[in-house]
Design a protein around this ligand. Structure first.
Ligand SMILES: *[C@@H]1O[C@H](CO)[C@@H](O)[C@H](O)[C@H]1NC(C)=O
Ligand SMILES: *[C@@H]1O[C@H](CO)[C@@H](O)[C@H](O)[C@H]1NC(C)=O
Ligand SMILES: *[C@@H]1O[C@H](CO)[C@@H](O)[C@H](O)[C@H]1NC(C)=O
Ligand SMILES: [Zn+2]
Length: 606
């Protein structure tokens, strides 16, 4: 049925005279009142059925869309739908159907609008830091090497906590493995661009006492003990110049850190594998290898394959695992002012999340999807429903120059494009221009150097499913993410907990018997620590004394009966799978890959 709709959608996609595609809604019955009433009722039923999953998380997987702000989510959702030939606004990204979500305040200690290094420190360590710093607290300002070397200024991260609990750990990124976001897992540096030794040397004598980030990855804990490290970044590791990368960060100490990493594992009697191509990756015996390092071309990083191999390897661990997966190129596309580049990466990340969910059990795996910060791309005008998300709108009533403009535009960026005709300022005339091209750069209000469109400062969303997902429930500091991940899995600062793995049934019953005063260990634990429970948890919910014993049993029976009825209704109307409505997988023609330069303009690619 669904595929029929898709086919119909593709066939019916209208091409309006300007050459622009308008995709039809997949729901012809949308104009009926009953459509929306049923829609709302189904969603309510689902919401009423939701019970907190208080299990201890054996595994935690954090998906981080670098620069994946709210606008990118909305536009990415529409793109996903339009790739199937439907209008897209009604589409769902897989995390749109996660059980819980919240918003995160992303500011750095010294900036309203943050960078990726200090934000990663926040959501991985639970402590906020200053702009451009990684793995250090607010006592360390950018480039302050001496302050960063003080142990008390260095922060521990979820990576270390997971390893201390005997879990296997890993990171997968489409950026370099020494890039800001992954670096915050394992490194302590006052300046995120010190990824290789030559950058430290160029900085001058004050920086020399510091250790470059690549070296910290292979020599220091917890980086050294990561079982899976995959992404780009051969240069930083001294493992050969990536022909695709522009000269960015090369080792001047002549060390090959990949070789050293391999020798280190061999000296511990462990097996290791170093892969550099998709072919090698696919052939790899992931389960049978202790340590896996994959360093691919900085541009052609095989996203889905990396995630699959990482999950397969980490699932081997009896104590569970922590994995961070970063979609690093959403940010790059945005910095270059190219919405299509950014959103195609977002959709690829979504596919990776979907595939991962098929591999894990949400009763024991907390899955978190979030972003470090937003970008200044906005979605504007009043384009028609189903208008190509990369297309234009002509909005004669509001726009005084009567020229078309794209739905997606930027406030800062390289798309600044105005001319003076002797009388007035003229905006670029987009009539006849293919604005859907992957390298099209829409208009920006403020000109920037190439690749330097800026981050945005508004809140980002966090979506969660699995144990303790319900702890995301309002606007939080970004640091809270690390706390929830650690608390859910009883590690790091929250090691001291008695929650068992996998007893969803007990938890479920417990929630409905909460009104009794027989609090279990869990609540005692929370009370002792003065920690807040969820919803009507231990903090202050006293139940209703008048409803004790007999009355309560009757009430409970009513609630359960109600639930059974609701559940049946829901099943009939809308069979919901573990991760929402399963969507058939679609194949789309691959965009021909082209090199995308990622220059560092005086260190401004952030
Ligand atoms: C500015 O507009 C002109 C056409 O009017 C186009 O050729 C040029 O590529 C545009 N420049 C940028 C930076 O968008
Ligand atoms: C400049 O553009 C405006 C609006 O298109 C037009 O009215 C005016 O005549 C133009 N001036 C010149 C000198 O071309
Ligand atoms: C924009 O370009 C189209 C096609 O070249 C042209 O017909 C139209 O007059 C132009 N609009 C303005 C305001 O220059
Ligand atoms: Zn950035």
């Amino acid at each position: 049925m669904h595929s029929l709709l898709v086919v119909m959608g593709v066939v019916c996609a209208l091409v309006v005279p300007s050459g622009q595609v308008v995709y039809p809604s997949p729901n012809p019955q949308e104009t009926e009142t009953s459509f929306w009433m049923d829609h709302g009722r189904r969603e309510l039923t689902e919401a009423l059925q939701q019970t907190p999953n208080n299990n201890k998380a054996k595994n935690v997987i954090l998906f981080l869309g670098d620069g994946m702000g709210i606008t990118a989510m909305t536009a990415g959702r529409i793109l996903k739908g339009q790739k199937k030939g439907v209008s897209g606004e009604e589409e769902n990204l897989v995390w749109d159907r996660f059980s819980n979500m919240g918003l995160l305040k992303t500011y750095n200690l010294d900036r309203q609008v943050p960078d990726s290094a200090a934000t990663a420190t926040a959501f991985l360590s639970g402590v906020k830091g200053n702009y451009l710093t990684v793995g250090v607290n607010g006592k360390v300002k950018s480039k302050d090497c001496a302050a960063s070397l003080k142990k008390e200024n260095q922060v521990s991260t979820i990576l270390k906590w997971a390893q201390e609990a005997g879990k296997d750990t890993g990171v997968v990124t489409t950026a370099q493995v020494t890039h800001a976001t992954p670096a915050a897992l394992y490194a302590h540096s006052p300046y995120r661009y010190w990824q290789c030794d030559s950058k430290l040397k160029a900085e001058g004598p004050n920086a020399l006492a510091c250790k470059d980030i690549a070296l910290q990855l292979v020599e220091d804990e917890p980086g050294r003990s990561m079982k899976v490290v995959m992404g780009g970044g051969r240069q930083e590791m001294g493992a050969g110049i990536d022909p695709e990368a522009t000269k960015k960060c090369e080792r001047s100490d002549g060390r090959n850190l990949v070789k050293e990493w391999q020798q280190d594992k061999a000296s511990q009697g462990k097996t290791s594998a170093y892969v550099t191509t998709t072919g090698d990756l696919k052939k790899l015996n992931a389960e049978g290898t202790d340590y896996i390092m994959g360093l691919f071309g900085d541009i052609h990083v095989p996203y889905e394959d990396m995630v699959k191999v990482a999950v397969r390897r980490l699932k081997r661990s009896d104590n569970g695992f922590f994995l961070m997966v970063e979609g690093g190129r959403i940010d790059h596309g945005m910095h270059h002012g190219k919405p299509r580049r950014a959103l195609e990466e977002l959709v690829a990340m979504e596919e990776a999340v979907r595939e991962t969910l098929e591999e894990v059990d949400l009763q024991e795996t907390l899955v978190v999807v979030t972003a470090d910060h937003s970008h200044v791309m906005t979605m504007n005008g009043y384009p028609d429903r189903g208008n190509d998300i990369f297309g234009v709108t002509i909005n004669e009533e509001d726009v005084s120059d009567h020229l078309p403009y794209t739905t997606l535009m930027f406030t800062t960026g390289e798309g600044f494009n105005y001319t003076w005709n002797g009388t007035e300022v003229i905006r670029r005339n987009l009539t006849g221009v293919d604005t859907t091209h992957k390298d099209f750069v829409p208009l920006a209000a403020v000109p920037t150097y190439p690749g330097s469109e800026t981050h945005g400062g508004e809140d980002v969303a966090v979506y969660a499913n699995g144990p303790m997902a319900h702890l995301f429930h309002r606007v939080h500091e970004q640091t809270y993410v690390a706390h929830v991940m650690a608390y859910a899995s009883c590690i790091g600062p929250y090691t001291d907990c008695n929650r068992p793995f996998n007893d969803h049934r007990t938890r479920y019953k417990h929630v409905h018997h909460r009104d009794h005063d027989n609090d279990d260990d869990d609540d005692d634990e929370r009370k002792r620590k003065g920690r807040k429970g969820y919803g009507k948890g231990s903090d202050g919910y006293n139940g209703a004394p008048a409803l004790k014993s007999g009355g309560l049993v009757v009430l409970w029976c009513c609630v359960m009966l109600n639930k059974v009825i609701m559940w049946k209704t829901l099943k009939d109307l809308h069979p919901v799978g573990r991760t929402g409505v399963p969507q058939p997988r679609q194949e789309y023609p691959e965009e021909e890959e082209e090199e995308e330069e990622e220059e560092e303009k005086g260190g401004r690619v952030i």
